[in-house]
Design a protein around this ligand. Structure first.
Ligand code: PRX
Length: 660
């Protein structure tokens, strides 16, 4: 019997060690329950206390929550603060000025460190530079940068002057970038000449040029370029300038812009089940409070910790747990550029050993791919590395299957590190359901219990609460400080997407299904209930991919579904009808390759369908509705056993079984 099978049998629950419990910020279940009870007793008082204790206010707030314009909730609104001041300046006076803030390791392994004092100087110079260019409070700045100290400094600099950043993941195409620049109405773009990942470079600045050339980005006055590799083609006079030149002339001090706690901190685009990506708008005070507090609660951050979140700043995890939370909490954090498999699949383990990481936070997809790599190549097996510095592990972005959990627990955590399986979303700003490492007994595959102050429910389609043990729709029953405030420029869509009338208009709809265990009260996420896919922890709308496909001159119709994948969680499977006869053999393969590249150009390589199938038609009801349920079965290779009498064209199912 192998070790993992033994672990499985040993017990269903995994308990943190007595030592961990003793030293934890939230120590033991009683401490957890006491916090939950405090929130139940006096919800606003609970959050007000935490906001006063954790954030530095230039002007204190007098009221925690304003519900008068629900569901546009406002938290700590008459309080004034600055997010960058809370992340940086506070550490200059508390003895942490010379503490390392960021240990940055580049794709090739070069390491750069900055202290809190140095990061503060960088951010001030960049903030002054932005001001000198005429970027004002409330202006939007798009950041399209690789993982770098400069990328984080750019976000912080925006926050310092009250500008609203919108970070676009470096893997998105020129077209996706253009759409986001237009939607946000950005006045400036901060980018790099190139991005380097896995030894390969990608010309970010040229992609910015292409995006701007596509038109519509009329408000962009400046393109600020960080020199990553020195390879760049073309500069537009009067518009483009080097980041280093902009910063060189600036003072190392920049008075922060004090803003209302409700002032937007950032917009981050994410996919929904319909339409174009949504600009999720977050507020300064509430977002920062939760990013910082969850560093203390979920990650049990101690002054001596070396925290490593492997996400990219292009996603929310990189906002909450790289750019803001760790800095506000005064952590030393590792930031890495690259991919987990370059120069080999031992990169994560080697970096943990080298930098003595104590807390490690990554996605199940990465774990699963590294399990495969370790199985096939003993040289990159974690046992080759000294991982004894680790004391806590985390997982984020998608469900973690129990086998991956157990491997992570045994081989990375040496059966000594608790694992926090954190369920949350771009819209929630920070963790919602997660074990607390010094309190909760863990069950592989379950994100366990809501964080104190987070009121989770499971309801039916009419918004009625369901009993434990019955799967349903995951909702949040009360507003919380780090919640989404609006969809940028589309308040009606905000209401429809997150506070739908069918559920009564008061419950926040996460878009996930969940079930709560009868005995433990633990939650298990059962997957999205809408047409959103999760591929390698990246969120994508099926409709976006379908729109990209039908924009190709050859395509008449397309339907996209998710297919379970043992590494990426889900993979993209596209069913396509061409405007000409159904292709076969080599021709089908050629067109499939063409369409894949097309989608990469339209959206980004992460949206490329893994599988493409061609049909003369799609399975439709007599009223013309595409039967996605059947397509999902076909994608999985499962037999269609249910009644298909409502189907207009049953013969089509046979055709769509074939992969091109
Ligand atoms: O379906 C859930 C899944 O990821 C979605 C949110 O994606 P995004 O906004 O991109 O944020 C990802 C990083 C927080 C959720 O609606 N998800 C996220 N974490 C988990 C998860 N599913 C199961 N377990 C998790 N721990």
């Amino acid at each position: 019997m192998d070790d993992i099978t033994l672990l499985k049998q040993a017990s269903r629950q995994f308990h943190p060690s007595a030592e961990f419990v003793k030293n934890a910020a939230i120590s033991g279940m009683d401490a957890y329950r006491a916090l939950c009870a405090e929130a139940e007793r006096d919800y606003q008082g609970f959050w007000a206390r935490l906001a006063r204790e954790n954030l530095i206010w230039q002007k204190p707030f007098t009221k925690a929550l304003d519900e008068s314009d629900a569901p546009f909730y406002r938290w700590f609104e008459d309080g004034h603060l600055n997010v960058s001041y809370n992340c940086l300046d506070r550490h200059l006076v508390n003895g942490n000025a010379d503490k390392t803030a960021i240990i940055f390791e580049a794709d090739g392994g070069e390491v750069t460190r900055v202290t809190y004092r140095e990061l503060h100087q960088k951010v001030c110079k960049l903030a002054n530079g932005l001001k000198a260019l005429g970027v004002n409070k409330g202006d939007r700045v798009v950041i399209y940068m690789p993982m770098s100290i400069e990328g984080i400094a750019a976000m912080q600099a925006c926050a310092r002057i009250g500008a609203i950043h919108s970070v676009v993941f470096g893997g998105f195409s020129a077209k996706s970038l253009q759409e986001r620049i237009i939607d946000a109405g950005a006045v400036a773009v901060i980018t790099s000449d190139e991005q380097v990942r896995g030894g390969k470079s990608l010309p970010l600045k040229s992609i910015v040029d292409q995006a701007l050339e596509m038109g519509g980005c009329d408000e962009v006055r400046h393109v600020i370029v960080h020199r990553r590799t020195g390879n760049m083609t073309g500069q537009v006079a009067g518009r483009d300038l080097w980041l280093a030149d902009l910063m060189a002339a600036q003072s190392e001090l920049c008075e922060p812009e004090w803003v209302s706690a409700e002032h937007p901190l950032f917009i981050l685009y994410t996919s929904g089940s319909t339409g174009t990506p949504k600009g999720v708008q977050h507020a300064s005070g509430g977002f920062l409070l939760w990013a910082m507090l969850t560093m203390k609660w979920t990650f049990d951050l101690k002054p001596s910790d070396v925290f490593w979140c492997t996400a990219d700043i292009g996603w929310v995890t990189g906002h909450s747990y790289i750019a803001y939370g760790p800095l506000a909490a005064g952590a030393t954090e590792i930031v890495f550029e690259g991919v987990p498999t370059y120069p080999d699949a031992g990169r994560f383990w080697q970096m943990i050993e080298k930098h003595k990481a104590t807390i490690f936070y990554t996605a199940p997809t990465a774990i699963r791919s590294l399990i495969k790599a370790a199985d096939s190549n003993p040289d990159v097996h974690p046992q080759q590395y000294n991982l004894t510095s680790l004391r806590l592990l985390g997982s984020v972005g998608e469900p973690i299957n129990p086998d991956a959990w157990l491997w992570y627990y045994k081989h990375i955590g040496r059966e000594q590190c608790p694992i926090v399986d954190t369920f949350w979303q771009t819209e929630t700003g920070g963790h919602m359901i997660s074990p607390l490492p010094g309190a909760t007994a863990m069950v592989p595959g379950s994100c366990t219990l809501p964080l104190p102050g987070i009121m989770i429910g499971v309801v039916d389609e009419a918004g009625r609460e369901l009993p434990d043990g019955q799967g349903g729709i995951l909702v949040v029953k009360r507003p919380w400080p780090s919640m989404i405030r609006d969809i940028w420029g589309d308040p009606q869509r905000f209401i429809k997407s997150y506070f739908p009338e069918e559920l009564g208009g008061k419950l926040y709809l996460a878009g996930d299904g969940a079930i709560r265990d009868v005995d433990t009260g633990y939650f298990t996420i059962t997957g999205r209930i809408d047409d959103v896919l999760n591929v390698s922890g990246h969120r994508m709308g099926t409709m976006e991919i379908e729109s990209a496909l039908v924009a190709h001159p050859l395509v008449a119709e397309a339907a996209v579904v998710g297919k379970p994948d043992t590494t990426t969680g889900e993979s993209i499977c596209a069913f396509v009808v061409l405007k000409r006869a159904r292709p076969a053999g080599a021709e089908a393969q050629l067109i499939a390759a063409e369409l894949r590249n097309w989608v990469a150009k339209e959206i980004g390589p992460i949206a490329k369908p893994k599988e493409l199938r061609f049909g003369d038609n799609l399975p439709k009801t007599r009223s013309g509705k595409i039967m996605r349920r059947l397509l999902r079965l076909l994608a999985k290779g499962e037999a269609v056993t249910q009644d298909i009498s409502t189907l207009e064209n049953p013969a089509i199912l046979e055709q769509l079984k074939e992969v091109s």
